[in-house]
Design a protein around this ligand. Structure first.
Ligand code: C2O
Length: 596
């Protein structure tokens, strides 16, 4: 075993250092660490011997040693000083802790053409942190659909935004400070001295709860400013045809809801493109169809917690293991669709650091948040939140309406009714928009692979990593076929694209199709063949030069059924780069079966 310690191993697993251990264990199964700072994000680094477990792909959840190791860690207290160790992200499970504001550093924003810029977006410090308590309220407040608010509501909302914008810059409740919350959590301001482990709230199971809590405090601040604790923010109802354009209330240049840094070509009545990458001039009808199909795929087909909410991300692990369905699309696509192409870093919505500077951001995220509620209410046994305490106890810091610094946990965010709000009930049109096979009849992978070989516009590649510089087809073997209904209910067949690597500061989008026809470029989300897409919003450049290394997991049980190819040994996967050709590589593609 020859490996090295990448950085000073530390952990904050113990709030005090009373536990000391008199010896250094010899066995390589043991993890060794030093207590440095109590409970901070980056202080959760753990080292242990990776080579000892004999498996590179040791899944955290299946590791038989997980709990043993944790016990050992607890007993070890403050030991430090081992060599021949390597970071093992699975050695210790722990929730991601709220960041240490004292160690907050300037965030970075980067682009290939304009270089890197530093942005000061750390929040004001506070001597005291209060633990979140669910609010007391007399009635549930309902967030309304932004396209149908009345003038009285609009008055209130604009007044609140005006007041927020008028607060002094150093007030943590001010408009810019609130926008900076997003900047700090998303552009690498919180790495607590370890650039290779920066905190990131996207591309993982932290996405939904972080944004829910962020909006919650934002709404409370607005309500407080106008003396109305029942004030509820509007949601941008982009999942229904009438709500698809940017809501009118946001486009009046004299309103505090306006932001000039938006794509000028995407003003109402233009409909948002929920599968946006490059301009595609679809008719209104086709755009609606495409959008509703995206919604069906992401909400209905993605039936389990990791598929919908995102992959586990624990303290000490590399961030960004994999986004859930809605985060990936349409969430990211809409950010990019709104962002101003003329701006260097695609501000405001088109970059994480600046997204919170557009009032539309909060309406966009209210609808994302609404999807979490709707997803849990759809039929299906597996539409439940995680029960893993590493998720439930992950925490974040926000300033509340009284400018107190509050630590809130994921477990505080599970039920909007506990937080005092819900969403106005509106029509959900996409429930009936199930994509259909592009062509009737069976399109077998074998036939297509053969045809593709003889077709000079496409290449079948099976050598990884694949740099996605053009349309690529890959034949992927299926470990199981013709499963029974029960087996399918029990385990979802998923297509996993592993080690998707790219620089964080580039815009990338590619679509994934299965068993698509060989002779032409695939069409869109309205076809059963469309399995999903990967998309990145440009954000920071990692200080340690660590690339974004994430994954994409797409459920395909239903697709295979719809395409009538459940008996096939292989599926043909087609990857179509739409944006950022050649800037992303894929480490491997395989089929797995997940049960949750
Ligand atoms: Cu934190 Cu919509 O991004």
């Amino acid at each position: 075993m020859a490996s090295t310690v990448n950085s000073p191993p530390t952990t904050g697993i113990l709030p005090n250092s009373s536990l000391q251990t008199p010896f250094l264990p010899k066995t390589s199964q043991l993890s060794i660490f030093k207590k440095k700072k109590p409970f901070t994000f980056a202080s959760r680094k753990v080292v242990s011997c990776k080579a000892s477990n004999g498996s590179q792909n040791n899944e955290h959840s299946s590791s038989p040693n997980r709990f043993d190791r944790r016990d050992v860690l607890l007993g070890l207290g403050s030991v430090y000083g081992a060599t021949n160790l390597v970071m093992d992200p699975f050695a210790l499970a722990a929730p991601v802790s709220s960041p240490d504001l004292d160690l907050c550093e300037k965030a970075t924003v980067a682009s290939k053409s304009a270089g890197t810029m530093k942005v000061a977006c750390c929040p004001p410090k506070s001597a005291k942190i209060i633990d979140f308590k669910p609010p007391k309220f007399s009635k549930i407040r309902y967030r309304p659909a932004a396209q149908s608010v009345d003038p009285e509501y609009l008055d209130k909302f604009t007044k609140a935004m005006e007041l927020m914008k008028a607060l002094p810059m150093d007030d943590p409740r001010s408009f810019m400070q609130q926008a900076n919350v997003h900047c700090a959590y998303c552009n690498g301001a919180y790495d607590n001295g370890d650039p290779s482990h920066e905190l990131q709230v996207h591309f993982s199971w932290l996405f939904f709860p972080f944004h829910r809590l962020y909006l919650y405090f934002y709404e409370r601040i607005l309500g407080n400013l106008i003396g109305d604790p029942n004030f509820a923010m509007p949601f941008w109802n982009w999942d229904a045809p009438r709500g698809m354009p940017i809501p009118e209330i946001y486009v009046d240049p004299n309103s505090p809801l306006y932001d000039e840094k938006r794509n000028v070509d995407h003003q109402p009545p233009k409909l948002a493109d929920l599968d946006y990458s490059v301009e595609e001039d679809l008719s209104k009808r086709d755009q609606i169809k495409s959008n509703l199909s995206v919604m069906y795929r992401q909400m209905v087909t993605n039936k389990t917690a990791t598929l919908f909410l995102g992959k586990p991300y624990r303290a000490g692990e590399k961030s960004s293991p994999g986004a859930g369905s809605i985060e990936q699309s349409p969430h990211t696509d809409i950010h990019k669709w709104v962002g101003d192409q003329r701006e260097t870093y695609k501000e405001d919505m088109g970059n994480f650091y600046s997204a919170g500077r557009d009032p539309l951001f909060y309406a966009h995220h209210c609808n994302v948040d609404r999807m979490w509620n709707i997803w849990k209410s759809l039929p299906g046994k597996k539409r439940r939140d995680f029960t893993d305490t590493d998720w439930l106890d992950s925490s974040f810091l926000f300033y509340d309406e009284n400018a107190n610094l509050v630590r809130a946990k994921v477990r505080d965010a599970l039920d909007t009714k506990t937080l005092g709000y819900d969403y106005q009930k509106v029509n959900i049109p996409w429930l009936k928009n199930k994509p259909t096979p592009r062509r009737p009849g069976k399109a077998s992978a074998k036939g297509q692979a053969k045809a593709a070989e003889t077709n000079n516009t496409t290449v079948i590649r099976n050598v990884f990593p694949i740099v996605l510089d053009k349309l690529v087809r890959v034949e992927v073997p299926r470990p199981k076929k013709s499963r029974t209904k029960l087996e399918k209910e029990d385990e979802e067949e998923v297509l996993v694209l592993q080690n998707i690597q790219l620089d964080r500061d580039v815009g990338v989008k590619f679509n994934v199709y299965i068993n698509d026809e060989d002779d032409e470029t695939p069409t869109g989300p309205e076809d059963s063949e469309f399995a999903g897409s990967f998309s990145n919003i440009p954000h920071n450049q990692n200080k340690a030069g660590v690339k974004l290394d994430t994954s994409l997991t797409l459920p395909i049980s239903d697709l295979l059924e719809d395409l009538d190819v459940e008996g096939d040994d292989n599926i043909l996967v087609t990857l179509v780069p739409k944006e950022g050709k050649g800037l992303v590589s894929i480490g491997n593609i395989k089929i797995e079966y997940i049960r949750e």
